[in-house]
Design a protein around this ligand. Structure first.
Ligand code: FMN
Ligand code: SF4
Length: 619
């Protein structure tokens, strides 16, 4: 999960602190811990603060933190090691991470990255000897409509060009603190290209809460059920059913969680909803809190969206001032919301992993059942919904069960907000009634030569040109939000290789099928992409992907093979053209792989060698 950075290990005698950072002794960790109420569940927030100061989490700070929180040292190290945004190793004072998403690659990120690496005479993942800068990669930063993008000290810079890279390089060389960098470097643009039911209907703050209170909790849930609202986060579960189960569960304190992790490459619609429609999303959370009987809410925001933290906190405060949040909302409801920032782990979008992360732990998905509605945050009933689902729920509470049914189909009521990127003239957010054809979206976005579209991100469906009449709907092509468009000039083998690398990087490693399977797939795809693959690789890719689908512990592993299986089914010639030979070739030198074992056991006789011919004759 950790992002690609490695230390050159050549920084001589040094303190724990990164250059320019305070000595650990001068840092008041105690004050940080007290500010967070000595709560182990606030561990991620504390680690963010520590990282802001030192650039990493120094070992001496881990020791002190473990004493102050009463947590085992290994537990804290385990958390630090799990998340890409944390590290126990010193990194550069300027930590540059280029987005590794395929759309960034298509927009030229690899060349720009090389340019910066060359300027600092660094290899990818290396920290400069003076500790000034480290350059690595990270998974999709959610800026696919304005890529290529990078993060510097966790702040996003979009729309990279050679000129921008030159400017960033000079600022780093000059050791200019980030606060003094030109603000336009950090400007995130909005591209809302099409508004429909949700994005064009005004909703006065507080009006949906008032309507829900007037209706009563049980009737509000009935309205949500009757509206046909289904989860917009991927699985499409009936929202009313989920809300009813949470309300019915027994527990001392209920919670509502807004899942704003949005880690699926190619997806950025929640970023825009939280930028321009935060009031409606928070309104939906408050309605949900009233309906299920929750007193606390959390917005779990992906760490790659730091530019949303201050505006969202301000919005929460504004609503508290207006008595729309906090104690005594509309005279009868106590409900408040905390903003929690993730730390760079795609798997934390999975609801049970998200809850682990909210509790300050590693984001390992839980065994299910029990489900979050009965055993969620701190084992209490918890409702987890996507940003868009909660926003739609606010409209249903205000305008009634029929609101969504104005458009869409019987099984897919309402609209879907799509993030469109890749080979299109107008990348951005498009809201359509469910049932819109892919063809129509491509036309509106200005895709003139589309050959394939990845719908729903890498874990979704790869659609070929012959299928562009298919519709975005739960009954045809379900989609959490992303459409990545590839024109005829794109190399789909490279695209799938990028997706396979993403899954290998993001697998949490808990279960073997996914941990091993994603790595094997990434290796096979890399071989094929470099023209060193064989037909045996294709067979293995299919076998491994099927195995991951059936045997993985969570949805990440279950869907990790989707792009491989889809691409092999629909674009097989593109793969076969890249094979070194269509005949079986040994693709993995097992004898060479056994060399370390021979060294350890001091054996080098014939029996300690693997007969390579055997592998070649197989299959
Ligand atoms: C690996 C993985 C990542 C996920 N990421 C997200 C995410 O970023 N946002 C989201 O809303 N749901 C995500 N989900 C789905 C959630 O587990 C959950 O189904 C969803 O938040 C429920 O909300 P909904 O019913 O409103 O869709 C993810 C699932 C998996 C398996
Ligand atoms: S499938 Fe297994 S290894 Fe993969 S992310 Fe889920 S729990 Fe982790």
């Amino acid at each position: 999960m950790a992002c690609m950075l490695r230390n050159t290990g050549n920084r001589g005698a040094q303190t724990d602190a990164a250059p320019g950072a305070p000595e650990t002794g001068a840092f008041d960790l105690h004050a940080v811990v007290v500010r967070h109420g000595r709560e182990p569940s606030r561990l991620l927030a504390m680690l963010h603060e520590i990282t802001q100061v030192f650039g990493y989490v120094p070992p001496s700070v881990v020791t002190e933190l473990s004493a102050l929180l009463g947590l085992a040292r290994a537990q804290i190290e385990g958390v630090v090691g799990f998340y890409a945004f944390f590290s126990t190793e010193p990194r550069g004072r300027f930590r540059v991470l280029f987005s590794d998403n395929i759309t960034d690659e298509m927009a030229g990120s690899v060349e720009l990255r090389s340019r910066m690496l060359e300027a600092f005479r660094l290899d990818l993942g290396e920290v400069s000897r003076d500790g000034l800068v480290s350059i690595g990669t990270t998974s999709c930063t959610g800026l696919c409509d304005q890529g290529p993008a990078l993060l510097v000290n966790d702040r996003a810079i979009p729309r990279l060009t050679p000129a921008r890279i030159g400017a960033i390089t000079s600022l780093i060389r000059g050791n200019v603190p980030l606060e003094r960098w030109p603000s336009n470097l950090f400007t995130i643009q909005s591209h809302i290209e099409r508004r429909d039911l949700l994005l064009s209907t005004p909703l006065d703050p507080g009006s949906a809460i008032a309507a829900a209170i007037a209706l009563g909790a049980a009737a509000t849930i009935d309205a949500i059920s009757d509206s046909g609202l289904r989860g917009r986060g991927g699985a499409g579960f009936a929202t009313g059913t989920k809300w009813a189960a949470c309300r019915a569960a027994s527990g001392a304190e209920r919670s509502v969680v807004c899942n704003a992790d949005e880690g699926e490459p190619g997806t950025f619609k929640d970023r825009e909803l939280l930028t321009h429609y935060a009031d409606s999303v928070i309104e939906g959370m408050t309605v949900a809190g009233f309906a299920v009987g929750a007193t606390r809410g959390f917005i779990y925001l992906r760490a790659e969206y730091p530019f949303l933290v201050a505006p969202l906190r301000a919005k929460l405060d504004e609503r508290r001032q207006a008595c729309l949040l906090g104690p005594g909302i509309q005279g009868c409801l106590d409900f408040d919301i905390e903003l929690v920032v993730g730390a760079g782990a795609y798997v934390c979008g999975e609801e049970s992993a998200l809850l682990e992360s909210l509790e300050g732990k590693r984001g390992i998905p839980r065994n299910r059942p029990p489900y979050p509605v009965t055993h969620g945050f701190k084992q209490q009933p918890t409702l987890v919904n996507n940003v868009e689902t909660l926003m739609a729920a606010a409209f249903v509470a205000k305008f009634g069960a029929g609101f969504l049914r104005q458009v869409g189909s019987t099984t897919s009521a309402g609209t879907k907000v799509l993030s469109v990127s890749g080979d299109v003239a107008r990348p951005g957010i498009y809201e359509y009634p469910f049932g819109v054809s892919i063809e129509r979206v491509l036309e509106d976005a200005g895709a003139t030569d589309a050959a394939a579209v990845q719908v729903g991100g890498p874990s979704g469906v790869l659609v070929s040109a012959s299928e562009f009449r298919r519709r975005v709907a739960f009954e045809d092509v379900p989609c959490a939000g992303a459409l990545m468009v590839f024109d005829a000039s794109r190399d789909l083998v490279r695209v799938v290789e990028n997706f396979a690398r993403f899954f290998a990087h993001e697998s949490c490693g808990f279960c073997t099928p996914c941990r091993v399977g994603t790595t094997l797939n990434a290796q096979a795809m890399q071989r094929i992409a470099c023209g060193k693959g064989s037909r045996r690789d294709l067979k293995d890719l299919e076998k491994v992907s099927q195995l991951m689908r059936s045997a993985s512990h969570c949805g990440l592993g279950a869907t990790a093979g989707n792009p491989v299986l889809d691409a092999l089914a629909k674009f097989r010639p593109a793969f076969e053209q890249r094979l070194r030979s269509l005949d079986v070739l040994p693709t993995f030198d097992l004898d060479e792989a056994l060399a370390p074992a021979r060294e350890v056991t001091a054996r080098d006789d014939a029996g300690a060698h693997f007969n390579q011919e055997f592998e070649g004759n197989e299959a």
